[in-house]
Design a protein around this ligand. Structure first.
Ligand code: FAD
Ligand code: NAP
Length: 338
């Protein structure tokens, strides 16, 4: 097994900050990962499993072993008249996997087009966009216990999915290597076009009959026009989650701020648009050295070039404090901090 020492992670994460890891290795098969368990460097260091690095921020050099997951393969494992079960290995690029499903006209994840990262991280925070989440299509998650090497399969219910949440982001963080995910997709797709700007974009595209491909294209168009491309400007997507507040808190805020952007949830609470709160606090488009808040989307913190992780983290703290002071709402970071 080859371990690289004091290895730069700059090209392995989308914030693009210049950080080093004490040790770095890559795995190309489950067998290779199991062999790794016997190595002293593995046993004596903290572990970080890396996919596309698009949902993390390093505030300092990583004092442990980073394992880049390169497990590949996409297979249909089962099908019936209405559904198809597709197993995708954890190291597959998420968007390429979505396009594979779109090209086969398998419905269910077209609204999740153009999300960066790998399949293996998709259950971690139950990735979501435009009204669809992984929990809607995830059948099972296959994983390996990083201590014992034991293989385990999590059902959808075992994953304890929530809003940008799962069991893997909390009590099982760094305890399991996710090796593959099985998705249950529709051969007779039901379309979800009511969210955000999808319907408008379909109209602009001249689409009268939605299809898996048309929705994917619409989402790609919207996202490309709004969100910063990490290849051009460092970022990890939304830095904060949209906070959930009680109806009482929502009503108080709405009275004081009639323009408040909020969505009623099934449980009676309200989801507030964190981007709106941050914008109202004057942060949208603001730049502090090379750390900043994106001009089009206040939820996205960016690295204009040479910002380091602690500068970005400190900016996130300033935003948290400002929103708390102005609205009495505590934002929670969505990005994994290391
Ligand atoms: P990484 O950043 O590599 O890892 C994230 C976490 O998962 C880390 O803690 C890591 O240790 C762990 N992990 C990764 N792989 C494994 C594995 N195989 N086993 C166990 N643990 C693992 N997210 C959304 O939900 N919706 C969006 O619409 C969205 N849009 C985005 C847009 C942009 C421009 C960017 C930059 C990010 C966006 N994100 C979005 C966030 C991010 O792309 C997703 O969370 C994505 O799933 C992260 O995948 P990754 O492979 O890059 O994970
Ligand atoms: P948007 O469409 O401008 O919407 C702004 C916010 O309002 C979003 O956060 C969204 O919540 C919420 N929203 C919009 N329509 C809604 C509806 N009909 N019902 C309930 N909530 C609604 O957002 P955007 O920035 O362009 O992003 C579009 C989608 O991509 C969103 O779903 C967003 O979550 C996702 N995205 C996620 C990331 C990330 O890193 N996590 C980054 C970029 C985009 P939700 O966020 O809960 O959907």
């Amino acid at each position: 097994m080859q371990f690289l020492s004091k290895y730069s992670l700059k090209k392995y994460h989308t914030f693009g900050t210049d950080v080093y890891t004490k040790y770095f290795t890559e795995i190309n098969s489950v067998a290779q990962f199991k062999n790794l368990l016997q190595e002293d460097i593995y046993k004596n260091n903290s572990l970080l499993i890396l996919g596309g690095g698009s949902n993390l921020l390093f505030t300092k050099n990583y004092d442990g072993l980073v394992i880049k997951n390169n497990l590949h393969g996409v297979d249909v494992v089962k099908q019936d008249e209405n559904h198809v079960w597709v197993k995708a290995a954890a190291g597959e690029n998420w968007h390429q996997f979505v396009l594979w499903c779109v090209n086969h006209n398998y419905g269910g994840i077209e609204n999740l087009s153009l999300i960066p990262g790998c399949v293996g991280a998709s259950p971690m925070q139950n990735i979501g966009a435009y009204g669809v989440e992984i929990k809607d299509v995830c059948d099972t998650v296959n994983a390996i216990d990083v201590q014992t090497g034991e293989e385990i399969t999590f059902t959808n219910a075992n994953c304890k999915f929530g809003y940008r949440e799962s069991i893997f982001k909390h009590i099982y963080k760094n305890k399991y290597l996710i090796t593959s995910v099985v998705f249950k997709l529709n051969k007779k797709p039901v379309f979800n076009t009511s969210y955000g700007a999808i319907e408008q974009e379909l109209k602009t595209m001249g689409v009268t009959q939605p299809s898996v491909k048309a929705i994917s294209d619409a989402v790609i168009n919207i996202r490309s026009s709004k969100l910063p491309d990490p290849a051009k400007i460092g970022n990890a997507g939304s830095f904060f989650k949209n906070p959930e507040v009680s109806k009482q808190k929502h009503d108080e805020l709405k009275q004081q701020h009639p323009n408040l952007v909020a969505y009623a949830l099934d449980n009676g609470n309200y989801k507030l648009a964190a981007g709106w709160l941050i914008e109202q606090c004057g942060f949208k488009g603001k730049r502090f050295g090379d750390a900043g808040v994106h001009v089009n989307q206040a939820l996205v913190l960016v690295n204009y070039g040479t910002a380091n992780g602690s500068e970005i983290y400190n900016l996130s703290q300033q935003i948290l404090d400002a929103v708390n002071n102005a609205y009495g709402v505590t934002l929670e970071r969505e990005v994994n901090i290391y």
